[in-house]
Write a protein that binds this ligand. Structure first.
Ligand SMILES: Nc1ncnc2c1ncn2[C@@H]1O[C@H](COP(=O)(O)OP(=O)(O)OP(=O)(O)O)[C@@H](O)[C@H]1O
Length: 383
């Protein structure tokens, strides 16, 4: 009885703590700021960074834990979502029980702890996908995906915040690297070649295509191989990989059983103002601040009825692997089926001030435009 009482009191006080921290305002960090900060002398920067993160992560994680409790249509009560909420509460508890960071030893212990937090949250995306899948199954089948607008908006906020939290943790951990690659500040490569990333990401996507279909369309990449800009390589890789995977699948499916020559997919990396599309974009934002990467295929395009849904979660024209694997996403990377590739890639682009647009011609093909800020000075979006 006494134990039960203690547990209730504890969860009540934890809830109050979560509410208190969750009502504080998070602080945005730009890519440029992270680069400047990361160039400072090591010992000082690690201590300051850890002190900042102890507070900042508590705020960000508390905000998400609060939101996870109040989701529409009963999503908060789905077992997979409850599991995710518990991860957030556990991480919040870990952070709040961390002693004040005053010296190098405290800093090292803190770094170990946030590394663990990052691992704990590894499966948040598949777990949430499973939760939404469970919800969809319970809902009236006449419920069209547009009606889940609120859920999509929540997931956009939630995943965007997750990208930010993981970037902050990853950057702090990476700043400990005793022997960083030349030009790298933590996770940021100040001289990243988009052509090179495009080549690697495309080859990775082609490998998956080979595994799935026994074949893969060709891919041509155009652009200046010497052009570099500051960016996080893993983010750029993820976006290009997802876009190329979509193009490969579309082209492969379209030409699989035809005798026609398979048209190659094209990636154009443009850092100038020549491209017509960049000129259009320049209307809104000065083009020389932006890097545009275009991925074009002749995979038949996207039907007009499907177009409004491509950036919603769980919209996919492939068989849903979650139907077979109720534990969440399987370890193996698959060609398609979760419906997460496009919305998640757009969030990664937006996180550092960029964007992703898809233009499709049904019956012909699809163009994906990935716009990335070249200066990295846009403010972090804070949901
Ligand atoms: N280049 C393309 N050509 C034709 N259809 C496309 C293209 N890109 C996306 N689509 C359509 O948009 C849907 C959603 O794409 P998205 O990348 O979000 O998910 P997915 O590829 O189905 O699954 P995954 O989450 O595993 O990537 C696809 O299932 C497909 O129907």
């Amino acid at each position: 009885m006494a134990l039960k009482h203690a547990a209730e009191n504890f969860s009540k006080s934890l809830k109050e703590e979560v509410r208190r921290w969750g009502s504080m305002k998070p602080t945005g960090v730009s890519l440029k700021y992270m680069m400047e900060f990361g160039s400072r002398p090591k010992d000082k920067k690690l201590l300051i960074s850890a002190q900042f993160l102890l507070k900042e992560l508590s705020i960000r994680i508390a905000r998400r834990a609060m939101e996870l409790e109040n989701l529409p249509y009963g999503l908060s009560l789905k077992p997979a979502v409850l599991k995710v909420r518990n991860w957030y509460l556990d991480s919040f508890r870990d952070l709040r029980s961390c002693p004040e960071i005053k010296d190098r030893d405290n800093e090292l212990a803190f770094t170990q702890m946030i590394k663990m937090i990052k691992v704990r949250h590894n499966n948040v995306v598949p777990a949430m996908a499973l939760g939404v899948q469970q919800l969809k199954k319970d809902l009236d089948p006449n419920f069209v995906p547009e009606d889940l607008q609120e859920i999509h908006q929540f997931l956009d906020r939630f995943y965007l915040s997750r990208i930010g939290i993981r970037m902050l943790i990853g950057q702090h951990v990476a700043l400990h690297d005793p022997d960083p690659e030349p030009g790298c500040i933590g996770q940021i490569n100040t001289r990243l070649s988009p052509m090179q990333v495009a080549r690697i990401a495309s080859e990775d996507a082609r490998c998956i295509c080979f595994r799935e279909y026994g074949n893969a369309p060709e891919l041509n990449i155009y652009g200046d191989p010497n052009f570099t800009f500051p960016y996080v390589p893993s983010h750029l890789h993820l976006m290009i990989f997802e876009l190329v995977k979509n193009s490969l699948r579309a082209v492969q499916e379209r030409f699989m059983s035809s005798d026609k020559d398979v048209p190659p997919i094209r990636i154009i990396v443009a850092d100038g103002i020549e491209d017509v599309t960049i000129k259009t974009i320049a209307f809104i934002i000065p083009s020389n601040f932006y890097l545009v990467s275009q991925i074009s295929d002749e995979g038949g395009g996207i039907p007009r009825s499907g177009l409004p849904k491509i950036f919603t979660y769980l919209y996919s024209t492939a068989k849903n692997p979650l139907d077979e694997n109720q534990e969440g996403l399987s370890e193996a990377v698959i060609m398609a089926g979760y419906g997460y590739g496009l919305p998640i890639s757009r969030l990664y682009a937006r996180y550092f001030g960029g964007d992703l647009q898809i233009i499709s011609m049904e019956g012909y093909g699809t163009d994906a435009y990935l716009h990335l800020s070249r200066l990295g000075d846009s403010q972090e979006p804070l949901p």
